[in-house]
Write a protein that binds this ligand. Structure first.
Ligand SMILES: NC(=O)c1ccc[n+]([C@@H]2O[C@H](COP(=O)([O-])OP(=O)(O)OC[C@H]3O[C@@H](n4cnc5c(N)ncnc54)[C@H](OP(=O)(O)O)[C@@H]3O)[C@@H](O)[C@H]2O)c1
Length: 242
């Protein structure tokens, strides 16, 4: 899909991969609706991105999310792209998993993206098509002690994304997924659960740049393949083109 003059929603636009994606899309002439909870950060970003729209939303509050999508539609009159990026991780051994935190992670990482897709699909269908890009994770293909909730949420997102792709093909709505590897953002700092955590957190500072992942999002919007991997190691783990 073309990017110039198209309207995109980017969730989790206040930080990291979402921030880099919003800037990348705007630099290529898109109008970007910026969704996250941090009102101040979104307003500052909106000053820098011409024609953008900051909207404070907690993605786990589905009425807020639906309302925000409605506001984007009302503001721009159309929605061409959705980048489901907002997400958090949770470090806890199986025996320590708290059901309430499990729920929060699955609401944010799985149900939020589904509700956002449900909110944009009818409009995209009526417009003759659109692009949905879901930010997944390399952990969807890994077993990482302490990260069962996070990796399971991303495995679930994988299933929903591939199914949505198959269901929506007939409507020219293209669903793609990005699998970042360790990326240098605030993700490690923002995780819930055990502060020691283990896993890949120690390597965040040396990870890929968020702009690299934003480049994969751009590629996904333009080409529309099902899956984009940050590196060949992940591609092999996924059993794609190994
Ligand atoms: N960094 C990595 O190594 C890595 C690797 C693989 C996959 N990923 C995936 O990449 C995506 C982006 O993560 P990141 O690395 O950019 O982390 P980040 O810097 O922590 O950014 C996370 C974004 O999600 C938003 N968010 C969190 N909870 C939210 C909520 N309840 N409602 C609305 N927005 C919420 C945050 O904004 P507010 O706090 O303002 O709400 C922020 O904009 C996630 O889906 C993550 O799973 C990251």
């Amino acid at each position: 899909m073309e990017i110039k003059d198209r309207v995109f929603i980017v969730t989790g636009a206040s930080s990291g991969i979402g921030l880099a994606t919003a800037i990348t899309l705007s630099d290529r002439g898109a109008k970007v609706a910026l969704l996250a909870r941090s009102t101040h950060a979104l307003k500052e970003l909106a000053h820098k991105l011409p024609g953008s729209l900051p909207l404070t939303v907690d993605m786990t509050q589905f009425d807020q999310l639906r309302e925000a999508v409605g506001a984007v539609r009302q503001h721009y009159g159309r929605i061409d792209g959705l980048v489901n990026n907002a997400g958090r991780s949770y470090a806890a051994a199986i025996e320590e998993i708290e059901p309430a935190v499990f729920d929060e992670i699955f609401h944010l990482n799985v149900l939020g993206p589904i509700v956002a897709m449900q909110a944009v699909i009818p409009l995209m269908r009526a417009q003759g098509g659109g692009s949905i890009v879901n930010i997944n994770s390399g952990t969807a293909f890994m077993t990482v002690p302490q990260y069962s909730v996070y990796s399971s949420s991303k495995r679930a997102l994988l299933g929903f994304s591939l199914t949505a792709r198959a269901e929506l093909e007939k409507d020219r709505i293209v669903v793609s997924e990005i699998y970042p590897f360790i990326t240098a953002t605030n993700f490690g700092k923002n995780r819930m659960g055990n502060p020691a955590g283990g896993g890949p957190a120690a390597h965040y500072a040396e990870g890929d740049k968020p702009e690299f992942v934003a480049g994969l999002v751009l590629q996904a919007v333009q080409e529309g393949q099902a899956q984009y991997f940050a590196n060949d190691r992940l591609r092999k783990m996924a059993g794609v083109g190994a």
